[in-house]
Design a protein around this ligand. Structure first.
Ligand SMILES: O=P(O)(O)OC[C@H]1O[C@](O)(CO)[C@@H](O)[C@@H]1O
Length: 405
């Protein structure tokens, strides 16, 4: 597994191809009033309270959740339990970071490690009664049972009546805006449930479609329930139309960032689809057939839950993305990983920041954190003048594409 010491403000890890990165500081939680700080100080207490309300963990586990919260808000970073199955990987990914203040570390690293650490009080990895019990399942289930998911299933009935270009447009828009359905994001009331669709601050969808000419497509998924439903509907159309010969769906190997999709979550969604009437059932049936025939595959790679950017992808993933016609990155966290979660000037060319990527890559993201690249100067000026939290509120989205030279 790749890893690197304290970021790489410029240049790239030795031996990797691609031009040097321009300078930009990594985002940390040290800045008072920053979004990153509010995630640890405001969102995480709400998240842990909700977990403890939803799951009947005993007193010792509840104390351990509280201790983790305290440590991560004001303490220094402790290591993993001696017998943790992923201890060796984290020792490499976290080299030089244990024992330091959480707030001074790169936000991407500290937030990812926080989600890893949550698995310990939950007993998810250790042998015992709670082994393998998804601590976020109550939230994911509530979304699957909610009116929004039912409406999305019913909306699939509109698709067969649309002309192919309109259907593609509708499916791509659903996959972009489906990323608003992020349960971690809705942990604070003011960020909850932004309107169904807002503004695209960058739209390279024509370039994206031009790349889809029948090869293998890798889809790096984000959230379960409503977002994965939209993603699966898009994947079905890519396979059915011949725009993709094969699709490899990368999912998380374990519960992560509240609602991130695991294999189990994909299967739950497919089950809901096939149990529904109309087009939802037909789409679900085609996807199940594609899984059985190997045209659709699921991959749960450990690097999916690594605290590092995609610049540090291990060799096997790098090869997979290099061989694909297109890699589609879903959501905010994948975007942060793609651009290394730095405070770029928003107008820095997206192609420069992502030139290291081993093959064509597209990103479909609603903006829910500070980092962003590749925006036109007039767009940034207009957004900044608007006085809204456009970078973090989830009301704006983008579709960006890089084809490395
Ligand atoms: O589900 P998404 O789109 O990856 O969003 C997750 C985002 O939510 C946050 O965890 C904040 O709550 C961000 O730090 C993170 O990038």
């Amino acid at each position: 597994m790749g890893g690197h010491p304290e970021g790489h403000p410029e240049g790239h890890p030795e031996g990797l191809p691609g031009p040097a990165l321009p300078q930009a500081p990594p985002i940390t939680c040290d800045e008072p009033g920053s979004f990153a700080r509010s995630v640890f100080q405001d969102r995480h207490p709400v998240l842990i309270r909700r977990i403890l309300d939803a799951v009947p963990y005993g007193p010792e586990r509840r104390r351990d959740f509280a201790a983790l919260l305290e440590e991560s808000r004001s303490g220094t970073v402790a290591g993993l339990p001696r017998d943790a199955p992923d201890r060796a990987a984290w020792e490499e990914w976290g080299e030089g970071r244990f024992g330091r203040r959480w707030a001074e570390l790169p936000f991407l690293w500290s937030e990812s490690y926080f989600y890893r650490r949550l698995l310990d009080p939950a007993g998810y990895l250790a042998a015992g009664a709670w082994h393998g019990v998804d601590l976020f399942a109550p939230f994911k289930d509530a979304e699957l049972d909610g009116p929004g998911f039912a409406a999305d299933l019913a909306a699939l009935d509109e698709l067969p009546g649309l002309a192919p270009a309109d259907r593609e447009h509708a499916l791509l828009a659903a996959a972009v805006w489906g990323n608003q359905a992020d349960l971690g994001f809705t942990m604070v009331a003011e960020a909850a449930a932004p309107e169904a669709s807002g503004t695209l601050v960058a739209d390279e969808s024509e370039r994206l479609w031009s790349l889809l000419d029948g090869g293998t497509v890798v889809v790096v998924t984000d959230n379960s329930a409503r977002e994965i439903l939209a993603d699966l509907a898009l994947v079905d159309d890519l396979l059915a139309s011949g725009r993709a010969r094969e699709v490899d769906l990368l999912v998380k190997p374990r519960p992560y960032y509240v609602s991130d999709a695991t294999t189990q979550d994909v299967l739950s969604c497919l089950r809901r689809m096939t149990a529904a009437p109309g087009e939802a059932a037909r789409t679900g049936g085609r996807l199940l057939a594609a899984l059985r025939e190997g045209r659709l595959t699921l991959t749960a790679h450990p690097f999916a839950c690594a605290p590092l950017g995609y610049r540090d992808m291990p060799y096997d993933l790098r090869e997979r993305c290099a061989a694909a016609r297109l890699t589609v990155m879903k959501g905010d966290l994948n975007y942060r990983r793609l651009v290394d979660d730095r405070l770029w000037p928003a107008t820095v060319p997206f192609a420069d920041v992502t030139a290291y990527f081993p093959g064509p890559v597209a990103t479909l993201r609603t903006l829910k954190s500070d980092t962003v690249a590749g925006l036109a100067p007039e767009t940034v000026a207009r957004l900044d003048a608007g006085g809204t939290a456009w970078r973090t509120s989830g009301t704006h989205a983008l579709i960006q594409v890089t084809v490395p030279g």
